[in-house]
Design a protein around this ligand. Sequence first.
Ligand code: SF4
Length: 207
Amino acid sequence: MESPAPPDSNAPSPTIAYSLRGSCYLNVTSRCTLRCTFCPKFNHSWNVGGVDLHLRREPTIAEVLAAVGDPRVYREVVFCGLGEPTLRLYDLLDIAAELHQRGAERVRLNTDGLANLVYERDVTPDLEGLSISMNAQNEKIYNLHCRPSLPRSYPAMLEFAERARDFVADVTLTAIDGLAGVDISACERIARRLGVKFRRRILDQVG
Ligand code: SF4
């Protein structure tokens, strides 16, 4: 497996940003609205693909930008760590805007798709490039694996994907192959019905 490495050895913390397969991944928070049973951090590990993602504190906007360095060297910059990036939505939007100012080709967000539920408004017009963790073909299996803290998380996540389709150019729903009871084909059919793309993920693989 390709070894991820911090993109800038002078960055304030190597866990804020790391490069993998030509992309730069950003780890901006450890907070989550889910408590996924398959999550490394709920299984006594903060290590994903050889990278320690244990933030001692949330990095500032300036620290995140410093950790990225020159965004033009990456094919994309992705908000994706061991936490839900939209819990820092306004910082995320500021960081994304600045990355574009600095010439970033594409900024993508890996999300649980619960931001509309959390902020009680439609935030999808503010976003671009989304990978949304659907994780299951129904609420029962979703709740089993994702253990959401907010009621109605599963339908809210699907509504988020449907709303995003109208504003965001690239929306992909994802599900992890190999989790008990998860029917990948059924997940793919849901994505198709909602008019968004689908990607099958492998457990513990960043992307
Ligand atoms: S949403 Fe991601 S970081 Fe949060 S608990 Fe689930 S797998 Fe872990």
